[in-house]
Design a protein around this ligand. Structure first.
Ligand SMILES: [Zn+2]
Length: 662
């Protein structure tokens, strides 16, 4: 197959069977133009143009194709045929925009429509629908049933057909799950995907996202990622006594890449964002408590699907609990009796015994009380400084909240103590974002900027021009070299303490192996720095980063998409904003305004100890009642009785200036 450009020309197709609504096609064209712009694809055609096509009964105009007043029970339609011919023949075309699959066809035999779609995807074309993006298939790539299943479901004419398929899919999953194989997804930290026979014999390690079809074989997760296991053991040793956030900070300080570093993920809003590469509290907790650690596969933790849902005994129909407000379908967390847990079929010692993992889960449960069940800011709600703004008056994280279209960060203690403690300390979200961006720019522009920040900026610059895998490899090699050096030290010490010659000989093998690793890594790093010298100009890269920062400063309060980019930037440089608030009398009203603070980058420790206790409202209430401190700022005692039902959020019914407990 001849190569097509990655971002070439786009074509648009839609069908309107009734021929009665001339409103829908122009709206679809608007959607396609927006998508094309977002993807960087050229698309000639306007809503007015398609209105003209409807009036003229034309089936093609520029990049627009239309079948108006034609039913979808056959593919033989002039508009679709012309669309398909052009898409296959015109090698400048890279993307096809169709609002929904049912616009292509609604056939008694959906396989015909799937076939047509597969043909387009094998031709190197990306199909963009409103609810899914179908990527091209590589020549020779075997098409997996799971890849075309959404298409089959969408083209299927009847609801019964969809339900039957959903049932078969769930039954297939339950069968796999019943044997301890994975039913998809990425393995947890320290684990890799292995192709394994139903008899429990691992055959070979699979590459990231590699798909293999081999009769009598399925995929299991095994703890074989050696470098990650070293880190994992360190996490497991620290977890019972050290808060996850502090473990994350220690790992970041040592430059250990987080799970999935170097990859990208898609946000709920559909934006592709690089994984920051930094450890988080959640990342540490997941690594330390995953069921796979005791060689158990757990399934059905979350229930989703619009037809039938997974249970250990097979599919179940939708229930009242699956719907939220306005009859919207929800993804729900299943209670333990609806989950399925099966031992991995491979005979291998687990990382943890069941009792050891139960102990870690208990620790996690005790710590996690605060956040359970709390809604998170979802989708495109702007929150670039989420988890990065702190109130120095009490040491608490400031939470995002939105009122009357304005989003702010406000003291978490004030919120969760229902206005009993601290104060209504608020900073506007857009203003804070602009401030941090301005500081970031200033910091970069100043001559004495830290080397660490420069290094991060170089990464950022590489990201701006499409990523630099060489840098990622280099960072990986550097981290590995540091690890190998530490292990060498330990091995050397152990050798000196060996009891006899046999033991010393056994240790020498390990020692020599590590030395060989060190030599190899040092060679690799030397080569990569010599090959770098001519290839890239760091100053130009930093200049590119500065240009990006200039742009970002302007964009601080622009559209959501840009806020996502700003958030990714903040995560990369790991910015933290610590604010002190002061009461200011303004006429009859008193208002708490930011009066100073500290901005840090990277792994810089906080300027004051932060509050690390429970944050859950009922717990805070009990702690205040018991006179226990709920703040990291010492010297203050909590007041007595708690007033229930008090509303929070800066309204006049909050009595101010009378209580201090932080
Ligand atoms: Zn506070």
């Amino acid at each position: 197959m001849t190569r097509r450009p990655e971002k070439g020309r786009g074509l648009f197709y839609t069908r309107d069977s009734m021929g009665s609504s001339d409103l829908a096609p122009p709206r679809y064209v608007e959607w396609a133009r927006r998508e094309a712009a977002r993807l960087g694809v050229t698309l000639a055609g306007t809503p007015e143009a398609i209105e003209g096509m409807i009036a003229r009964k034309a089936s093609a105009d520029g990049d627009l194709y239309l079948d108006y007043g034609l039913a979808g029970n056959t593919l033989a339609r002039p508009g679709f045929e012309a669309f398909r011919r052009r898409a296959l023949a015109d090698l400048a075309v890279s993307h096809l925009f169709v609002p929904l699959r049912e616009r292509i066809a609604r056939l008694d035999n959906p396989v015909e429509a799937v076939q047509a779609e597969i043909e387009l995807r094998y031709a190197g074309l990306t199909l963009v629908f409103q609810d899914e993006v179908a990527a091209p298939f590589r020549t020779g790539e075997q098409v997996d049933v799971l890849q075309v299943l959404p298409a089959l479901l969408a083209y299927g004419a009847s609801g019964k057909f969809r339900r039957d398929l959903a049932r078969k899919l769930i039954e297939a999953k339950v069968r796999l799950a019943g044997q301890g194989f994975t039913i998809g997804g990425d393995p947890p930290y320290g684990f890799e995907r292995w192709l394994c026979s139903t008899a429990g014999e691992p055959k070979r390690r699979l590459e990231f996202h590699e798909r293999v079809k081999l009769p009598g074989h399925h995929v299991v997760w095994l703890p074989t990622a050696e470098a990650e296991l070293v880190v994992l053991r360190r996490i497991l040793a620290l977890y019972p006594t050290t808060p996850a956030a502090r473990i994350a900070a220690a790992l970041n300080a040592d430059g250990i890449p987080s799970p999935n570093a170097g990859r990208t993920y898609t946000t709920a809003g559909g934006h592709t964002v690089p994984v920051s590469g930094l450890w988080t509290q959640n990342g540490v907790r997941n690594a330390a408590t995953h069921p796979a650690l005791e060689a158990v596969m757990e399934y059905g933790r979350r229930a989703f699907g619009d037809q039938l849902r997974f249970t250990p005994t097979g599919p179940r129909a939708l229930e009242a609990g699956d719907y939220g407000e306005n009859k919207k379908l929800l993804t729900v967390t299943n209670p333990p009796e609806r989950r399925m847990a099966t031992p991995v079929p491979v005979d291998r010692p687990p990382v943890l015994t069941a009792a050891e993992r139960a102990a870690l889960l208990a620790v996690a449960a005790a710590r996690g009380q605060g956040q359970r069940g709390k809604p998170r800011a979802r989708g495109d709600a702007p929150n670039p400084l989420g988890g990065r703004v702190f109130d120095l008056n009490c040491g608490w994280l400031m939470y995002r909240y939105q009122r009357r279209g304005r989003w702010c960060y406000t003291c978490g203690l004030y919120q969760n103590s229902e206005a009993r403690c601290c104060d209504h300390n608020v900073i506007g979200g857009a203003a804070a974002t602009r401030f941090v961006l301005a500081c970031l720019r200033q910091r970069v522009l100043s001559a004495g900027a830290a080397d660490k920040l420069r290094a991060r900026l170089r990464q950022l610059a590489a990201g701006e021009v499409g990523g630099n895998p060489a840098d990622d490899r280099r960072a990986g090699a550097e981290a590995e070299l540091a690890r190998v050096k530490r292990q060498l030290e330990t091995a050397g010490r152990n050798m000196a303490l060996a009891a006899d010659d046999d033991e010393r000989e056994a240790m020498r093998a390990t020692y020599n192996g590590l030395k060989a690793d060190r030599a190899r890594l040092e060679r690799e790093l030397a080569q990569s720095s010599s090959s770098r010298a001519g290839a890239a100009d760091p100053e130009r890269e930093v200049a590119a980063a500065l240009a990006g920062l200039d742009r970002l400063t302007e964009l601080a309060d622009a559209a959501d998409a840009d806020v996502t980019a700003v958030g990714a930037l903040f995560a990369r440089v790991d910015v933290k904003l610590y604010l002190r608030f002061r009461r200011e009398e303004r006429g009859r009203q008193a208002k708490n305004v930011p009066a100073g603070g500290v901005l840090t980058f990277g792994s810089t420790p906080p300027p004051v100890p932060l509050y690390e206790g429970p944050v859950d409202r009922p717990v805070i209430k009990r702690m205040i009642a018991a006179g226990e401190p709920v703040s990291s700022v010492p010297g203050n005692v909590s007041p007595g009785e708690f007033v229930t039902g008090q509303s929070v959020g800066g309204s006049a019914n909050v009595k101010r200036g009378t209580t201090r407990c932080c």
